[in-house]
Design a protein around this ligand. Structure first.
Ligand code: FES
Length: 152
């Protein structure tokens, strides 16, 4: 499926449906991107090379888990038991984490993910949120479900 990014402002997230799965498309701000290295030491697999090595295509196996740093595209299904986590983007203390730097929170069993969908330590979810295949058709349009030509 193709999805326009034109109306997703910086800091905003859109949830779209792909193969009946919710896909989160988030336009990360510079401030949000700056939080990623800050939380590395609190994550299960910050580089997605261990338990989460199979949770993204190779072209999204990087700190931001994306093709373009600002655009996060992840399947919004918790890797614990499959709930859809809440988007909690504000960088401020939360009842579930006084050091919260923004991300996704699954209220059912308290799993937490950062703004790259990377799972925190000490929660029941074992892996980072999956990144589906996708590529940019142009600067403001992605196609979900199809790898970039160069990666195919
Ligand atoms: S399904 Fe997300 S924490 Fe259990």
């Amino acid at each position: 499926m193709t999805q326009s990014l034109a109306k997703i402002e910086a800091g905003q997230m859109l949830t779209v449906s792909w193969r009946s799965l919710p896909v989160f498309v988030l336009n990360r701000t510079k401030a949000q991107l700056a939080t990623l290295p800050m939380v590395d030491s609190r994550l299960v697999d910050p580089k997605s090379t261990g338990a989460s090595a199979d949770q993204q295509p190779k072209y999204a196996q990087n700190e931001a888990r994306s093709i373009k740093p600002e655009w996060l595209v992840v399947i919004g299904i918790c890797t614990h038991l499959g709930c859809v986590p809440d988007f909690v983007p504000e960088i401020k203390p939360e009842p579930f984490d006084p050091e919260w730097k923004g991300g996704f929170y699954c209220p059912c069993h308290k799993s937490r993910y950062d703004l790259a969908g990377r799972v925190y330590q000490g929660v029941p979810a074992p892996k980072n949120l999956p990144v589906p295949p996708y590529h940019f058709i142009d600067d403001s349009t992605i196609q979900i479900g199809v790898d970039p030509k160069e990666a195919a």
